[in-house]
Design a protein around this ligand. Sequence first.
Ligand code: SAM
Length: 246
Amino acid sequence: MKIDILTLFPGLFDSPFSESIIGKAQQRGLLKVQTHFLRDWAEGKHKITDDTPYGGGDGMVMKPEPIGRALDDLRVSSSGSPVLLMTPQGKQFRQEDAERLAGHDGLIFVCGRYEGFDERVRYLVDEEFSIGDYVLTGGEPAAMVMIDAIGRLLPGVLGCDTSAAGDSFSDGLLEYPQYTRPEDFRGWPVPDVLRSGNHAAIARWRRQEQLRRTYQRRPELLEAADLDAEDRRMLEFIRQEAGEEE
Ligand code: SAM
């Protein structure tokens, strides 16, 4: 997958994408992240990319022309890649978006700064994404979050020691609790079943704890999750247990 990022601060991306899993994916040619300096498409001696808002008010607004020219060029060099605008007003980015976007050969991210974009920039993009209900100083951290979530889903990026298949949200639920050595840590033991070697019992325990954790922390996820009859039985048991504790 080729990822283009349009930004006023290309240097911000150097370290996050040169190390660890995404860095290795780039070295192995599974992913190519290329930053583009927005000012290269600005005109005049001062290469201005922002201006004061019509109607008055604080702060500066990103001008549409440099972004428009940059996207005209990127849509040629990375033809077919959808253009994604980073904005707190966009659709909240979710795992299902990461899965869908991982199916493209390329993606173009547009990062804002200052008070955000001239409204007409929205007409130039395919989708608008927010990473959450809070305001960042710029779109770069949002693009990093999305690229990390998408990049780890590309075939071959995660080794066999890590897998995306059982992660939280991959089947609409949170993941079950995980344990490693030691068997006893400060009086908190590893559940017996995980040391039993009984794979069927372990699978059953994990499913039950996945349901329990989701019920306790994100009950709204259960409404959309694909649950079979056995899941529903377990959930009923978990609900009854919780009711008894209250
Ligand atoms: N004035 C804008 C508003 O209230 O909607 C916020 C502008 S913000 C300070 C500057 C830039 O950071 C935005 O244009 C966007 O690219 C990025 N940004 C801030 N919060 C974000 C979020 N939650 N998700 C995605 N991008 C965000």
